[in-house]
Design a protein around this ligand. Structure first.
Ligand code: NAP
Length: 268
């Protein structure tokens, strides 16, 4: 099996690196293509991948093609790719909002997997949701799953509605966590901690809480109860959040991302 990654930006490079460092794929079977001459120099310097400056040299060789360009570049890319595609090739799209139907039409092929990754893939802690067109076989899907899992974990979803929904949870989600972290950092600075100490306080708090959460099946509410005692400091903070409707506002934000993903799909 030969894999081609098109677009070596944040996501494309992350997946290429994940696949290259896994035992699942022989490095020599991993091709990378990008339009940017600067990227090509950088990729060649890395000395890890089979780097291509010409799409014509790489595309016909590939069995699985990762599409990792920005959605607004997809149309021009599809136009270039279409004459070189064959019906056995599988396209794996990481592009937000570009539908399976649009990819099938654009590339003139049937086998498409649509995936929604997230940024922690860069440190091997990503979560990717994915779904496929009916022409992708079970064996092919398993193979794609193994490739996706090289950057973390993946979950299979039954249709594209869940891809848009997971955009609102895990795709955009890291930014919500950073938003929360940023608010706590600002509070720590205001209380007089140094930048360094604020960072340590906030980052260890997040890391420790997630580790506790992953230890067993306790719900976040039960964990909150373990930290908060009646009339205590944590309860004062949680009451303040409840009074300000923070929970509902966060849910609304996740839905805003979900709705925007649907909108982008309709535009595509
Ligand atoms: N970043 C995230 O957290 C995230 C999360 C979920 C999904 N995604 C999806 O992942 C995809 C990639 O995002 P990204 O953040 O990795 O983008 P990015 O950093 O901009 O990388 C895209 C790369 O593709 C290159 N490119 C543009 N047109 C091309 C073409 N026709 N052929 C080959 N290469 C081309 C770009 O070159 P230039 O810079 O010269 O244009 C750039 O190097 C997007 O569709 C996005 O929706 C990203």
């Amino acid at each position: 099996m030969k894999v081609l990654v098109i677009g070596a930006g944040n996501m494309g490079l992350t997946y290429a690196e994940g696949m290259a460092s896994s035992t699942f794929l022989n490095r020599r079977k991993l091709m990378v293509y990008d339009v940017s001459p600067d990227k090509i120099v950088l990729l060649k310097d890395m000395g890890i991948f089979d780097v291509h400056e010409k799409l014509e040299d790489a595309l016909p060789e590939a069995d699985v093609i990762f599409l990792a360009v920005k959605p607004f570049h997809s149309e021009e890319l599809f136009e270039r790719m279409k004459p070189m595609m064959n019906e056995e090739q599988i396209a794996v799209s990481l592009m937000a909002g570009v539908t399976i139907n649009r990819i099938q039409e654009g590339l003139g092929i049937k086998k498409v997997v649509r995936a929604m990754p997230n940024l922690p893939a860069q440190v091997g802690k990503g979560v990717t949701s994915y779904t496929e067109s009916k022409e992708v076989s079970r064996v092919e899907l398993l193979m794609v799953r193994n490739l996706l899992d090289t950057t973390g974990e993946s979950i299979h979803v039954k249709n594209q509605n869940y891809i848009d929904a997971s955009t609102g949870i895990s795709g955009s989600g890291p930014a919500y966590v950073f938003y929360f972290m940023n608010s706590m950092l600002e509070a720590a600075l205001k209380m007089g901690f140094s930048e360094h100490d604020s960072r340590v306080l906030v980052s260890q708090t997040f890391e420790g809480a997630v580790e506790l959460f992953n230890q067993n099946d306790l719900s976040p509410t039960l964990w909150m109860d373990r930290v908060a005692s009646k009339g205590g400091t944590t309860r004062a903070a949680l009451d303040s959040m409840d009074d300000n409707n923070v929970k509902e506002l966060i849910k609304e934000a996740a839905y805003a991302a979900f709705d925007r993903a649907v909108e982008l799909g309709e535009e595509s």
